[in-house]
Design a binder for this molecule. Structure first.
Ligand code: DAH
Length: 339
């Protein structure tokens, strides 16, 4: 009898049912009046009394196992049924939410489009750079502080491999490979070793422009800047140039635009000056032209560089730089209607 009980247990473990009818067949086979367990119950009466206790327990266990197995099979089939009932193949699909362009992409595209109307074409370069293209070719002195570990992320020393700290590196790459006329715009990501805060980040984006040809003058630079400022911030925008210093330009300047929030009257955004700084620029230093294989006796050029985050802040008043890289949909969705 014990063998028969064990045999039934093994059988029950392997039971499966595809329909409720199968479940019923199993029930009849094991639990009905003429079923396997009733048969065992009948045999049980003839078992010697000293074995009754052990066998009785085994029999009860078997009954519980069959009942539980049947319940599990029933439940499984019921669940599958309800999933099938929910499946309405004629129902229209759930709408897919439309994405939005990242504000930095919007602004970068706008900058590129303004310059392309002036005949500038896009040039790109690597983000992992060498010392020559980021510093030496651009007339940075050996002991210039920007070469310091504190400002630059080095990947390897001697020979130096580093993350570019500005997109000016694309200037030298293009000049090395192309003779003037050169008229390029270089958008890209740059890296600096800064502690992350609302006002600084370890990576950000720049757009660099370079124009090299015969007789390029500071007046060309100024007119290009005025055109850019008015296209970007509106036809009323004024510009002013302040003398400045960059190793790769001589003379160098920084450009301010009349504050586009208060129209130049003075507000907290422009610190009540009526002006906000937006970019650096200047005439390409003859040393840079020569270093890149362009004859500085024949050609002159201007260059300018701006931070995309800065322009975006001005256009959309994003107060905290970190929002640009947090991927918070609530922030990004606000730019859905922009193009
Ligand atoms: N490379 C400069 C920076 O990262 C920006 C810049 C200034 C670029 C003046 C230029 C320029 O081309 O002429 O701060």
């Amino acid at each position: 009898m014990i063998d028969r009980i064990n045999q039934l247990r093994a059988e029950i473990d392997g039971l499966d049912a595809k329909t409720m009818q199968d479940v019923e067949t199993i029930r009849i086979k094991y639990l009905s009046k003429k079923g396997a367990i009733s048969e065992l119950m009948a045999d049980f009466r003839t078992v010697p009394s000293e074995q009754k206790r052990e066998l009785g327990q085994k029999l009860n266990e078997l009954k519980t196992i069959v009942t539980e197995r049947l319940n599990a099979l029933r439940e499984k089939l019921e669940q599958a049924d309800s999933v099938a009932a929910d499946m309405d193949l004629t129902r229209t699909a759930a709408p897919m939410p439309l994405g939005s362009r990242h504000p930095l992409s919007l602004v970068r595209n706008e900058i590129v489009s303004i310059f392309s109307r002036l005949g500038f074409t896009i040039a790109e370069g690597p983000e992992i750079e060498d010392d020559w293209h980021v510093f030496s070719s651009l007339n940075f002195a050996e002991d210039h502080p920007a070469r310091d570990m504190q400002d630059t992320f080095f990947i390897q020393r001697t020979p130096d491999v580093l993350l570019r700290t500005h997109t000016s590196s694309v200037q030298s790459r293009v000049m090395e490979n192309t003779q003037p006329p050169i008229r390029i715009i270089c958008p890209g990501r740059v890296y600096r070793n800064e502690a992350i805060s609302a006002r600084a980040h370890c990576f950000f984006h720049q757009v660099e422009a370079l124009y090299v040809d015969r007789n390029v003058s500071f007046a060309d630079l100024r007119q290009t800047l005025l055109y850019f400022a008015r296209e970007m911030f509106g036809p009323e925008t004024k510009i002013r140039l302040r003398p400045s210093y960059f190793p790769f330009t001589e003379p160098s300047a920084e450009m301010d635009i009349s504050c586009n929030l208060c129209g130049g009257k003075g507000c907290s955004f422009c610190k009540h000056t009526g002006w906000v700084e937006i970019l650096g620029c200047g005439m390409v230093d003859p040393n840079v032209l020569d270093a890149c294989g362009i004859d500085s006796g024949t050609y002159t050029g201007f260059a300018l560089g701006m931070g995309v985050e800065r322009i975006t802040n001005l256009k959309y008043q994003v107060k905290d730089l970190r929002m640009f890289s947090e991927n918070d949909v609530r922030f990004l969705q606000q730019f859905r209607s922009a193009h």
